[in-house]
Design a protein around this ligand. Sequence first.
Ligand code: 2AM
Length: 180
Amino acid sequence: MRLFFALDIPGPLALDIATWREQQLPLLGRPVPAANFHITLAFLGEIPDSRLDALCQDVDAAAEKLAPAAFELQLDQVGYWPRPGIYWLGPASWPDSLEHLARKLGGIGAIHGHEKRREHFQAHVTLFRGCEAAPPAPALAPDFRLSCSEFLLMESRQGKRGVSYHPVAGWELGTGFNPA
Ligand code: 2AM
């Protein structure tokens, strides 16, 4: 199965983002359907089904040790990566704990599958793929708040109508303090 770790974008927020995209950006490349919006933490690629349990156990152990706290992201900037042709929406900043978590999950993925790590972590929601040129800056700058209280292991399935993503497992993010 083709797997990746991600933060989900809840339906109502995904619709708000899609509406803003429609109003503010021209149609360049292939728009990602709102139902597929997410923030990738680590991409694992093809992982044999037989490794799923061991993978999840490693994530259980890492989640217990790192005890990542829930957080909020302000999705307030857009960016363009020419080589993959991706136009994205993301936060200008994010907590160190999110980056640690993403790196840890990438490391766990590398143990169970293939080395697929990106060099620099940039939290982002892909809005368009196959973008050959940078779209003009949106007249109305984005400013969306995303509350993150869990992260998910997602399966990517290729169907007749395109790719769809399905949660396989999830881990809650904590409150960030230990009650006495
Ligand atoms: P992105 O859209 O956030 O850039 C599921 O396929 C997700 O995994 C995609 O949305 C993509 O994230 C990410 N992904 C796919 N192939 C990848 C690769 N080779 N390296 C890193 N991330 C990848």
